[in-house]
Design a binder for this molecule. Structure first.
Ligand SMILES: C[S@@+](CC[C@H](N)C(=O)[O-])C[C@H]1O[C@@H](n2cnc3c(N)ncnc32)[C@H](O)[C@@H]1O
Length: 269
């Protein structure tokens, strides 16, 4: 495990995105302050846990595509979250036991649970880097100790970028990361949108802000800007629930209704 700064204290006085997401997913690695925000969001939109599960399944299907038919063997996953099985490396290494995976997050609770992310196949590699997505240069430097940037890499920014305001250089950080990738590499991301449920999402953003958490909704076009210069694979930029359902690993029904996250996969030529 490596990091740009020493392990930080877990702050249980205010909600953290990784822990609220863990609460939505039914995990146990969250605190009352995270549950309180999760319950406030559910009072606005009972579908919030369903959206979290839909997003997690998008990660699973996208990874299945990348490690399967796309043949990618290297993965850089930024904004990894608290381990929730199956984790990205488990899916990738089930297709390619020699897959190399670098996980990155800036939340000390993810660092505290990183051991579970590092239990991969003997043939492959999993590494955890404690770093902030707003410092892409530091991430690239550390990832290069494990990944070969002359060969294709799948860069995943799944349910991450809505926690980074444009004023913090969201588009620039994505450009810096994508510029470092070799041809044949892929960008996978999901990002919250207000396009489907504007009022619920606006209220949700206000609750997160009151809890001290930045949350940004982006339109279809704004999400499309992240893929500038890349070929976006079918079915394009769609609600995560509608991205390649044919690749599903987990078939249990999640229920109907909108899921306010866009997801897509783009390829660098
Ligand atoms: C909603 S979780 C998503 C987890 C996982 N990618 C998934 O989609 O299942 C968002 C994650 O992004 C992390 N995150 C938020 N802002 C970040 C930043 N600036 N740098 C690194 N990680 C960040 C949070 O700590 C959290 O673990």
């Amino acid at each position: 495990m490596t990091g740009t700064e020493p392990a930080l204290r877990i702050d249980t006085t205010r909600p953290h995105p990784a822990r609220v997401y863990d609460w939505y997913l039914g995990g146990k690695d969250n605190y009352p302050v995270d549950e309180a925000l999760g319950r406030q969001i559910m009072a606005i939109d009972t579908g919030a846990p369903r959206a979290a599960r839909s997003n997690r399944r998008f990660m699973q299907r996208a990874t299945r595509h990348l490690a399967g038919s796309a043949g990618i063997r290297q993965f850089l996953d930024i904004g990894t979250g608290i381990p929730t099985e199956p984790n990205l490396h488990q899916i990738a290494q089930s297709f390619a036991p020699d897959a190399r995976v670098v996980y990155v997050d800036n939340d000390p609770i993810v660092l505290a649970h990183a051991e579970a992310l590092l239990r991969g196949t003997p043939e492959g590699v999993t590494e955890y880097v404690q770093a902030d997505a707003r410092e892409p240069g530091a991430i690239l430097e550390q990832a290069a100790r494990v990944l070969d940037f002359d060969r294709p890499i799948a860069l995943s920014l799944i349910a991450l970028l809505h926690f980074v305001a444009d004023t913090d250089g969201t588009y620039e950080l994505v450009d810096t990361l994508v510029d470092a990738l070799a041809p044949g590499s892929c960008l996978v991301l999901s990002c919250m949108t207000a396009d489907f449920e504007p009022e619920n999402v606006r209220e949700g953003i206000e609750r997160y802000a009151a809890g001290g958490v930045t949350l940004v909704a982006r339109t279809h076009d704004e999400v499309g800007r992240f893929f500038t210069g890349l070929e976006v694979l079918e079915p394009g930029i769609v609600s995560v629930k509608d991205w390649r359902p044919d690749l599903a690993l987990d078939e249990s029904p999640l229920g109907d209704g909108p899921v306010s996250l866009y997801g897509a996969v783009g390829v660098k030529s």
